[in-house]
Write a protein that binds this ligand. Structure first.
Ligand code: FAD
Length: 427
């Protein structure tokens, strides 16, 4: 059984091994250097290497160490914001471009998985966004209308249809999105890495980049034992940015999110709970999510960090919350527990930066990074190859701006989630 401090919980226990790599220990030159081996960096590396470019990926820790190895595994279409709010937040033509790109992004993920034969428990069985109360249902009705206007295969289910698909719960309805599905997140990251390496990318895990300097018309990225020089640098460090890229982290407010995985359910329970294999989350701001993995474990999550007092509070609350949805799971044990940090932007729109000539950074997916990270990784590769121009991307370039009152907001989210779960547990 993994302890609360185990960073990647169930996903490290059930993922196939990472492709073997070794830390960088010499000087290299390349066409492109990528920092960060999460979905964004790995997708960029794969798409660059497939075009026969010479590309080096430098990762501070293991492959998928950041959000990519810790998340819920819901491969969602679109952003957290409903389409009309994306349009309101971005100048044209970026809004419609972003909606279209990210609406199609799950297709890219599942195509890559099939094409590269990535073993990551992929199931394109749809997702259910579950409505809590009348307000939740109203929100989902608006989302359904906005996506349907764009021809997306979404369907609002009533309370009894929702209950039938979930096998429990008391939701007012749900929005079924057939574009979406679930994966084993760390296995997907490792599979993308293996595909990129097969295509010719050189990947060095456990190789933090310590500095970035200009030298002879290229950028030199220095690590403890080596360096890489390349004219183009792609920064894919997102909410886990460290060292010389810490500014990218400081533009985000990090929201902690935890997951607990039960023991495998019995065959009888598996026939009853989520028999269709959808991934689920609900409408409250302090949301919960649940899904099954391939072994039939129920992975249940919510906002909060499993550290300090939060560790016990969130576990106790989760037991009760899970039993409210599935009373038959009242006594089930949790075998794994882990958490990670979601990078949030003030307007819930991801960010694209060009901090220097030949240097690009993308991130801030607001808890929607599997499909967007994969998709923006491909866009960065196209941009780096000159196949697309900055003006043709789905995000405008923006300046790096430090998030206001970031430390206070982060403390508020972490303490607020603990307090809310503590109070809810005592009601
Ligand atoms: C708990 C949780 C649940 C989530 N649930 C979902 C979900 O269900 N669906 C969904 O779509 N999204 C979800 N997300 C969001 C999603 O996981 C992220 O948006 C996505 O993984 C980001 O990918 P990335 O490649 O941009 O960054 P990351 O995966 O965070 O990768 C960044 C990498 O950069 C490396 N790095 C940083 N600094 C340096 C340096 N100086 N040198 C070298 N390497 C460096 C880090 O070690 C890290 O591995 C969730 C996130 C969390 C934390």
């Amino acid at each position: 059984m993994a302890l609360a401090g185990d960073t990647h919980g169930l996903w490290s226990a059930s993922a196939p091994p990472a492709p073997p790599t070794r830390p960088l220990d010499d000087h290299r030159t390349a066409d492109f250097v990528i920092v960060g081996a999460g979905y964004t960096g790995l997708s960029a590396a794969l798409h660059l290497a497939e075009r026969k470019a010479s590309v080096v990926v430098l990762e501070a820790q293991q492959i998928g160490a950041g959000g990519s190895g810790r998340n819920v595994g819901l491969v969602n279409a679109g952003l957290w914001l409903p389409p009309d709010e994306v349009l309101a937040a971005l100048p044209e033509p970026f809004g419609e471009r972003l909606i279209e790109q990210l609406g199609n992004a799950p297709e890219l993920v599942f195509d890559l998985i099939a094409w590269h034969d990535i073993s990551c428990e992929a199931r394109r069985s749809g997702t259910l966004h579950c409505a809590v109360g009348a307000a939740g249902l109203k929100e989902l009705q608006a989302r359904e209308q906005q996506w349907r206007r764009r021809g997306a295969p979404v369907q609002l289910l009533n309370a009894s249809q929702t209950r039938e698909r979930i096998g429990g719960g008391d939701y007012a309805g749900s929005l079924l999105d057939r574009r979406a599905g679930t994966i084993q997140p760390l296995a997907y990251a490792r599979g993308l890495a293996a595909a990129a390496i097969r295509a010719g990318a050189r990947l060095h895990a456990y190789t933090p980049v310590l500095s970035r300097t200009a030298e002879c018309g290229a950028w030199k990225l220095t690590t403890a034992l080596g360096s890489v020089s390349a004219p183009v640098v792609l920064l894919a460090t997102n909410a886990y940015s460290e060292g010389p890229f810490a500014d990218l982290q400081r533009e985000l407010v990090r929201l902690p999110y935890f997951n607990l995985a039960t023991a495998p359910l019995s065959q009888a329970l598996r026939r009853q709970i989520l028999p269709g294999g959808e991934g689920c989350w609900d409408t409250p701001t302090l949301l919960s999510s649940f899904r099954l993995d391939a072994a039939g474990r129920l992975v249940f999550g919510s906002v909060g960090a499993l550290r300090g007092a939060g560790s016990a509070i969130h576990r106790h609350w989760s037991r009760r919350a899970l039993a409210r949805i599935f009373p038959e799971l009242r006594d089930i044990s949790f075998d794994y527990a882990w958490y990670g940090q979601i990078g949030m932007t003030p307007d819930a729109i991801p960010r694209l930066h060009r901090p220097d000539d030949g240097v690009f950074a993308v991130g801030g997916y607001n808890g929607r990074g599997i499909a967007p990270g994969t998709s923006f990784g491909r866009e960065l590769a196209r941009l780096a190859l000159g196949e697309t121009a900055v003006a043709d991307l789905a995000l405008p370039l923006s300046n790096l701006a430090r998030a206001r009152f970031r430390t206070v907001q982060e403390a508020y989210y972490e303490a607020g989630a603990s307090l809310a779960h503590l109070v809810a547990e005592r009601l």
